[in-house]
Design a protein around this ligand. Structure first.
Ligand code: ZN
Length: 362
């Protein structure tokens, strides 16, 4: 890791340290640390916060901190089917301001215009220089931030990253929404180095962290489990043309529609029929997850999505199904749980993307 990034990373995770502490922790010399700290203070990224109260004789050490208000980051979540959401965040990943724009069924150029409009609102609300704009998009996104395909938004080969960075004159980073969520879970949640994050929204996607590194895949599409058949060819016809895809069982709109249909449009989340529907959906997710959990020896699967639908019977059925279909000795301790980051998971993951790209945090 670059020395500068190493110093920033060390301060970021520790909170407050003296120059000598940083030298000890990084293994760099005192002189190097002094020079780097001077440079970072000049940029406003690092500030002196006072002196350590020391009982030892000699000059008390001056303490340093990252100034989390020196810069701001914009995070934007395009994964919801009805609303584009965004926020201005500080360097600690805390949300300072929010904004959203209803999608109103927009696709293609019109949907892109709404992303631009949301960026404009948020850049207008930032109260510190911007470190960058991070965006979590549905679909497949290549390493250059080109949305290769996002069928729900009608985007094909859209150079989102380039268009926005030239328009707003700041660094822009675009990633798949589930990958952004994974970064948030890894940075702010309580998770291990091996994890799968399943995101249930308009569709169903997932992302994988293996040995602490996100998995990309040969076509940048690792984790795209939404169109894997979740049974034996039974089920409904999917948007992709096949029958019985995982999405037809589990995606938010499909699940909501099935629940409404069972009760003539009246919400009855705790009725026996609703529990049956949610149990069956959870079981279908478990069918798809079992071989993945076994092959990768995962200890944890984290779900992100509507907690009222996924939090109870659904998650229990998915867990039981994975356990029943795998070897207990390897997957007995495996757990499936809801994320603790709620609806802001993608937005906060976008901030992590920018922090790691611009400041070298990992
Ligand atoms: Zn499908």
């Amino acid at each position: 890791m670059h020395n500068r990034a190493l110093v920033l990373q060390t301060l970021y995770s520790a909170g407050t340290l003296s120059r000598a502490d940083i030298a000890r922790r990084t293994g760099l010399t005192r002189v190097t640390i002094s020079d780097l700290v001077a440079e970072l203070m000049l940029e406003g990224l690092v500030i002196e916060t006072g002196q350590r109260e020391d009982v030892r004789p000699g000059k008390p050490a001056t303490l340093l901190e990252i100034d989390s208000t020196a810069f701001q980051i914009i995070g934007i979540d395009l994964s919801d089917y009805s609303t584009f959401r965004g926020a201005v965040l500080d360097l600690d990943g805390q949300i300072v301001e929010r904004a959203e724009i209803p999608l109103d069924g927009a696709t293609a150029e019109t949907a892109f215009d709404k992303v631009v409009a949301l960026c404009a609102i948020l850049t207008g609300r930032a109260t510190a220089p911007l470190l960058g704009i991070g965006i979590g998009s549905p679909g497949i996104v290549d390493p250059d931030g080109v949305v290769v395909t996002a069928p729900n938004l009608g985007w094909t080969d859209l150079p989102l990253q380039l268009s926005l960075s030239s328009r707003f004159g700041v660094a822009v980073s675009v990633s798949n929404d589930a990958n952004a969520a994974l970064l948030a879970e890894f940075s702010f949640g309580e998770t291990d180095n091996d994890m799968m994050l399943v995101k249930v929204g308009h569709g169903v996607g997932s992302s994988l962290l293996l040995g602490g590194a996100p998995l990309v895949g040969s076509m940048n599409a690792a984790g795209e489990i939404g169109h894997v058949n979740a049974g034996l060819g039974d089920g409904l016809v999917c948007v992709c043309g096949k029958t019985g895809c995982l999405e037809t069982w589990v995606a938010g709109p499909r699940l909501t529609a099935r629940l409404a249909e069972a009760h003539d449009g009246i919400a009855a989340p705790d009725s026996p029929r609703s529990r049956e529907i949610l149990h069956e959906a959870g079981r279908r997710l478990g069918l798809v997850l079992a071989p993945i959990v076994a092959a990768l020896n995962l200890s944890e699967v984290v779900l992100s999505g509507p907690e009222d639908l996924l939090g109870g019977v659904f998650i229990d059925a998915a867990t039981d199904t994975v356990r029943a279909r795998t070897m207990a000795a390897y997957t007995g301790d495996m757990s499936i749980r809801m994320t603790t980051l709620g609806q802001d998971i993608v937005i906060r993951g976008c901030a992590v993307m920018i922090l790691s790209r611009e400041l070298g945090f990992s």
